[in-house]
Design a protein around this ligand. Sequence first.
Ligand SMILES: Nc1ncnc2c1ncn2[C@@H]1O[C@H](COP(=O)(O)OP(=O)(O)O)[C@@H](O)[C@H]1O
Ligand SMILES: [Mg+2]
Length: 406
Amino acid sequence: MADKEAIVGKDRSPFFPGKPVTPEFFIGREEQIKLLERAIRQAKSGSPQYLFITGERGIGKSSLVSLAGQLAEREHGFISAQCQLGGADSVGEVCRRMYQALVSQLPDKSLFDKVRGVFDKYVERIDLFGIGVEFKKDAESRESLVENFLPLLFRVGQVVRDAGKNGVFLAADDLNGIATNTQFAHFLKSMVDQIAVGPQRNFPWVFSLVGIPERMDDLKSKQPSIDRIFQPIELSIMREKDAVAFFEQSFRSVDHTWDTNALQLMAQLAGGHPVMWHEVGDAVFWEDQDGHIDESDVLERGLNVACENVGRKYLARPLYDELRSKVYQNILKHIGHQKSPVMKRSDVLRELPSAQAKNFDNFIQKMRNLGVIRNIPGTRGEYEFVNLLYYFYITLRTARIVESSK
Ligand SMILES: Nc1ncnc2c1ncn2[C@@H]1O[C@H](COP(=O)(O)OP(=O)(O)O)[C@@H](O)[C@H]1O
Ligand SMILES: [Mg+2]
């Protein structure tokens, strides 16, 4: 391995599965970017905007929201901040995380000092760039931080505008357990209402929640008008040509060359799911030995590694074992040949030797129990993958089975 890396100077892979992509590697999503820019413009001209960026895990929500934040900053003179709500279990915790993000992600020191000043009363301790803001823990300051959320937000807005900025872009990423918290749903609703009818009705901000579609449903069940307030921006899988563009751009950035068919093959394998682009890209990058990506780098080496990584990282152990079992391989092959992550019992049975029909039903049962697939509502015998990652793993895995049996 060491030798390989020395030959073409592979110090650093341009692929980074799991990390949000930086703007220079960002591909596609033109439509969603247009909606985000429109929201930023509207906010700038005095109409507060509320968004909900949604899609499956790994589809690119965090990447999109951080690109939008940068756009807001660079092109529209906003300040932008992104906080993680994963693990937050109270409205107080949500407020603290939002403020901390606002304080710590400011572009310059003088603005940082001023915004920090807004929260002085509540802060126990803060390190140089506000990354470690510790809010006071006594119940009174905690409560008052929540109660004063809006006045504090407006003061931040004032400070920001005094410094010549046009608005605030704030994203709350990784919305999770808190989405089932009734108080949180009410907090959101009343925040929006109070802004709308108060003297700050032109508050120039974009506030975006980010989470998988189920979290939006959770919120809706606690507070039905959430649906109407937050404009959804939906991310679905991307196009194969986006994948090709992504591979070209990434390999170019590390001075690699390629055969067109090799990149097309990678795009086919990875499909439209960006997290899979990174998995496939990273595997092929490290398996290649000469700085030129060809078909054999993909089929003979990269594919195996990508499959192993995806299986190990994204699938729970029990499922991993099921998929390795010989009994299910014909079924997997069938699924792998499909063009979409949907399975119809009747289609599969048509292609399977009749002796295997029972295996198929067992397979479906197991996959359902493991939470990998689910019934498509309103159908009989039609199934979809709960998470697209699973589907892509199976596609990758099947391509590998087919390759190795040639
Ligand atoms: N538009 C894109 N262009 C290139 N890579 C992307 C894009 N969107 C997402 N990715 C990559 O896909 C992976 C998952 O993206 P992420 O934004 O973390 O998804 P999510 O927040 O929906 O789980 C990351 O490795 C990220 O770099
Ligand atoms: Mg994310």
